[in-house]
Design a binder for this molecule. Structure first.
Ligand code: NAD
Length: 504
């Protein structure tokens, strides 16, 4: 039987699909079966990145003048087309990044929801009108677009995260150069094709696939005004440093070490469900994954016993198989990182309560699969309690009180998401106030953000910006305050409004 031909995909620059200038390509393989090549994608160089920036720069002059409600009409069409192709896009995504179909459907749905929500801002994008302190003077503020935005994204939400950034950038009147993760170019390309089909004009969105060299140019080039990056804290720090000398606006969403806190009065069954979903959903490869569970000493042993039993029963497998609950790690490199942390945890004298091994038999042989793994007897200073692992590994820590849990919960470099299980409303509100994170849940796991609320984290997770909700508009626009003086004379703010001067 002849081998299936491997599709060849292109960059999208200035409204045209084209190969990398060098002709170089790189293969994208299925993490559940590394024999399956999804496609060959341009392994681009500086020439391609520069062409994309030039196209975006030249399209900006006309796109920024398209009325925002008209820009929005095109974006509504984007959401409609993605809705029609949802199943195909979800299947493509499972093949290229491994998470189970239910979850990739959720990823595509998030792109749909985000697009509808932010496109609607084309008819709002409210500014302020406010009284002037001076007579016969008008005062107001409005958002203005900023120019070319570079969008640099990771692989774990390969359609949702690009939509979180590209849609608000466009509705605000900016143009875009987009570099998706080299591990998930197909989902990015599916999204960009829809933008083209919906009528986004040539040059307004440009996509270049490839590695760090593209990302570096997209963070340093003089024609880039905004850099919106989601990825690891280590790369985010580099992006920030590289962009700083040019005074670009830099929006960073980075790593996490999120916790679920379980009090002795919690509904333990509910908390168990939450820990399974929060810890092992997306194989632990979510920035909001519940990689730490902090349990009150009075219910700790019972919880660990039941958590282990439930984790052992999880079905690991190819995300396209209906029965699979936990897919593979994205790559051999990511799996090696997971395994190295399992070793680190053992060397730190944490106890492997279940899992701990790569899966290699039968159907697992060609993929990057790892057993759902729970570490018990973990203490806060251990590396497995502090560092992001990004795999199906959960550390369980013991606490003596809510205050103790909050202290442990906050005592990490990251600040993305936290959650508390309790029946006590007073404790819930105290934890809500005391946890220094960007997201907090009560009686729900650390994952599950909705598109109309701000999303992002504190400390080493983020640099103060937020995506989603109307907060996304603040990343991709700048405020302009406008004063119109119709008094016909010079009026000096803070001086001519002196009450003494106003006395006849
Ligand atoms: P990564 O940092 O390795 O890569 C992210 C992107 O940056 C990729 O497109 C990559 O090619 C690019 N890049 C690499 N070097 C670069 C450079 N020098 N300059 C510019 N760009 C460069 O991250 P990843 O492995 O793709 O994603 C996993 C990480 O993303 C985890 O740490 C996870 O917590 C984080 N994440 C955070 C959020 C959030 O909202 N906080 C959401 C999803 C993922």
């Amino acid at each position: 039987m002849s081998k299936p031909t491997v599709p060849m995909y292109d960059n999208y620059i200035g409204g045209r699909w084209m190969r990398a200038a060098s002709g170089n390509t790189s293969e994208n393989r299925n993490p559940a079966n590394s024999d399956e090549v999804i496609g060959n994608f341009p392994d681009s160089s500086a020439d391609d990145a520069l062409a994309a920036i030039a196209a975006a720069r030249s399209a900006y002059d006309s796109w920024r003048l398209v009325p925002a409600p008209k820009r929005a009409e095109i974006l509504f069409k984007v959401a409609q087309i993605i809705t029609e192709r949802k199943e195909q896009f979800a299947r493509d995504m499972t093949r290229e990044m491994g998470k189970v179909l239910d979850e990739t459907r959720g990823d595509v749905q998030e792109a749909i929801d985000m697009t509808y929500f932010l496109a609607a801002e084309g008819r709002r994008m409210y500014g302020q009108t406010t009284p002037s302190e001076l007579p016969d003077k008008w005062a107001m503020s409005m958002r203005q677009s900023m120019g070319v935005c570079s969008i640099i994204t990771p692989w774990n939400f390969p359609m949702a995260i690009p939509s979180w950034k590209i849609i608000p950038a466009l509705v605000c009147g900016n143009t875009v150069v987009f570099k998706p993760s080299e591990l998930t170019p197909l989902s990015a390309l599916n999204f960009v094709r829809v933008l083209e089909e919906a009528g986004v004009p040539p040059g307004v969105v440009n996509m270049v696939t490839g590695g760090p060299i593209i990302g570096e140019l997209f963070t340093t080039h003089r024609d880039i005004s905004v850099v919106s990056f989601t990825g690891s804290t280590a790369v985010g720090r580099l992006v920030n440093q590289n962009a700083a000398p040019h005074f670009k606006k830099v929006h960073l969403e980075m790593g996490g070490k999120n916790c679920i806190m379980i009090m002795e009065d919690a509904n333990l069954d509910l908390a168990l469900e939450g820990c399974l979903w929060g810890g092992f959903g997306t194989s632990g490869q979510r920035c909001t994954a519940a990689s730490r569970v902090i349990v009150h000493e009075r219910v700790h042993d019972k919880f660990v016993e039941q958590f282990v039993a439930r984790a052992k029963a999880l079905r690991v497998g190819d995300g396209l198989d209906a029965g699979s609950q936990v897919g593979p790690s994205i790559s051999e490199k990511q799996l090696a990182k997971v395994m190295s942390y399992v070793e680190i945890g053992q060397n730190e004298n944490a106890r492997v309560a279940c899992g701990g091994h790569r899966l290699t038999d039968g159907n697992y042989a060609r993929g990057h699969f790892h057993e759902p793994t729970i570490f018990a007897d973990v203490t806060p200073e251990m590396r497995i309690a502090k560092e992001e692992i990004f795999g199906p590994v959960v550390s369980v820590l013991k606490c003596t009180s809510l205050d103790d849990a909050i202290e442990i919960g906050n005592n990490v470099d990251y600040g993305l998401s936290a959650s508390l299980y309790t029946q006590d409303i007073n404790r819930a509100f105290r934890a809500m106030r005391e946890m220094y994170t960007g997201i907090f849940y009560v009686n729900a796991p650390t994952i599950g953000a909705e598109v109309h609320l701000p999303f992002g984290g504190t400390k080493a997770t983020g640099n103060g910006h937020r995506e989603a909700g109307t907060a996304a508009l603040d990343v991709f626009s700048e405020w302009k305050s406008i004063y119109v003086d119709f008094s016909g004379k010079l009026q000096r703010a803070q001086i001519d409004n002196n009450p003494v001067a106003l006395t006849p």
